[in-house]
Design a protein around this ligand. Structure first.
Ligand code: NDP
Length: 477
């Protein structure tokens, strides 16, 4: 017998993805650099389906039916290149290498181009959902050549998560690096979601005076409404958890320095390159970075702050409702920014990404899965060329309903000295987009003054320059 698919790299993600394929009836060839992992997989889970354990790269390739489908699930970066270099010479034209790691999309573009010259189809595939998702059904974002999806797609549709309406959470995203690009932005949005939830928690604690257990209850309630999502659900779980050793709330015994692996940072770096304002996502990345600067924070402990006036019990409940509004409105803005970045990437690299399909496959399996994604999909269903999520009528109406509370929450945060960079950046973005005039006109004047960079006029075509050092007359540039 031969295997319909092979997985090399059997750490948590690869092992669970291989098991997922096997549980769905596929014969799976499995391989890992360190053979012990391969053996352990077959010993522990061999009963779940048909595995072919391969000791060497040659055995692994020989075990695959042709055209071969070979999934790489190793550490992103140099290890991925090493594995490609090991396997590519053993493959034949028409075979497929699928990289399920968290690769940078630029690496995926480079690898796809190199392998295309050998006739090998290279699919950069974003996978979200962590180890549980890999096993029970992740959200899958495959890029690469369109024709690769004809044979790979049905298999991915089987192992993927299913949205509530039964639709598989996978679609061909677009050529070369499109899949990894969309996975990158997914993670950027995930950072923003987490930051906004963190700000809501901090406000409920420091301004409203609720305990972690009470806040868990508030998040549980929110999770039955429009904020219904995996991240809100697990937030309630984490907040209600009590540390066994000390009896304190778990959240109070964890060092408050957030770590990151890089995809959030990439989202912001690429947004800067593409000229897309993803201020909410950027604030989320910076907030994690700031939290990690222990010495800087220590040295700042004596800095002055406002006199904090905690709310009374009766005001607290009303404030919590306002925080829900602020969180929801800010969330709309971070998704608006994230989808803008995907649209810009699609335009820049000619990927022709269907934004509605992206929102659809994020409805299940992935970390940002949420009822909210249904609304985004509805917005793109209503109008595929929506210039911005904020121009969707439903979202515009919801923000209109939330904005007074949103402003009050930011005001309260500023007054009490609670940092809410996510809420505030989202609100500033919203107000900047709404503004009839921006101070960019003044910026242009300054640039023309010091660097003769020229400006355009509201009432005439062309570029102009004012002779600032001379008689201040205007010349056509
Ligand atoms: P790791 O990222 O920890 O990678 C470990 C695996 O990579 C092992 O199988 C290891 O083999 C292999 N490996 C490392 N270097 C090499 C090399 N030079 N040559 C061959 N094999 C090598 O594993 P994870 O399962 O956590 O993640 C796999 C991929 O999936 C990563 O790219 C990750 O970013 C991505 N991902 C992870 C998620 C998660 O929640 N963990 C979620 C979504 C994506 P050996 O056993 O021999 O050391």
């Amino acid at each position: 017998t031969s295997a319909q698919i092979g997985v090399t790299g059997l750490a948590v993600m690869g092992r669970n993805l291989a098991r997922n394929f096997a549980r769905n009836g596929y014969t799976v060839a499995v391989h890992n650099r360190t053979e012990a992992r391969t053996k352990a997989l077959v010993e522990e889970f061999g009963g779940e389906g048909d595995f072919i354990a391969a000791e060497t790269a040659e055995e692994f390739v020989a075990a695959l039916e042709r055209p071969r489908r070979l999934v790489i699930m190793v550490k992103a970066g140099a290890p991925t290149d090493a594995v490609i270099q090991e396997f590519a010479p053993l493959l034949e034209p028409g075979d497929m290498i699928i990289d399920g790691g968290n690769a940078h999309f630029a690496d995926t573009r480079r690898r796809e181009k190199a392998l295309r010259e050998q006739g090998i189809h290279f699919v950069g595939m974003g996978v979200s959902g962590g180890e549980e998702g890999a096993l029970h059904g992740p959200s899958i974002m495959p890029g690469g050549p369109r024709e690769s999806y004809d044979s790979l797609g049905p298999m991915l549709e089987k192992i993927s998560a299913k949205a509530k309406d039964g639709a598989p959470c996978v679609t061909h995203i677009g050529p070369d690096g499109a899949g990894h690009f969309v996975k990158m932005v997914h993670n950027g949005i995930e950072y923003a979601d987490m930051q906004l939830i963190g700000e809501a928690y901090q406000l409920l604690r420091d301004v409203a005076g609720y305990s972690p257990a009470e806040i868990a209850g508030i998040f549980r309630r929110w999770n039955t409404g429009r904020l219904d999502s995996y991240l809100i659900e697990i937030t309630a779980e984490v907040l209600s958890h009590v540390d066994a050793a000390t009896g304190k709330p778990f959240v109070d015994v964890v060092v408050d320095q957030a770590e990151q692996k890089g995809t959030g940072r990439w989202t912001v770096q690429i947004a800067l390159d593409l000229g897309v304002p993803v201020s909410g996502i950027a604030e989320a990345v910076f907030a994690r970075s700031l939290s990690g600067h222990a010495a800087l924070r220590e040295a700042s402990q004596g800095l002055a702050g406002p006199k904090a006036v905690p709310l009374g019990k009766d005001e607290a409940a009303a404030f919590a409702d306002r925080v829900e509004q602020a969180l929801y409105a800010s969330k709309i803005v971070s998704y608006t920014q994230g989808f803008h970045e995907i649209a810009a990437g699609s335009e820049e690299y000619d990927w022709d990404i269907d934004l509605g399909a992206v929102s659809s496959i994020w409805r299940g399996g992935c970390i940002i899965r949420a009822a909210f994604l249904d609304r985004i999909r509805a917005a793109y269903d209503a109008r595929a060329d929506l210039p911005s999520l904020l121009s969707d009528e439903t979202f515009a109406r919801e923000i209109a309903g939330a904005q007074d509370d949103w402003r009050e929450v930011v005001i309260a945060a500023v007054r009490q000295g609670v940092p809410t960079p996510g809420f505030a950046a989202a609100l500033a973005y919203y107000d900047a987009l709404r503004a009839a005039r921006l101070p960019a006109a003044l910026t242009q004047g300054q640039r023309d003054f010091f660097g003769a960079h020229t400006y355009r006029r509201v009432d005439q075509e062309g570029s102009f320059h004012t002779l600032w050092g001379g008689d201040r007359s205007e010349v056509s540039a």
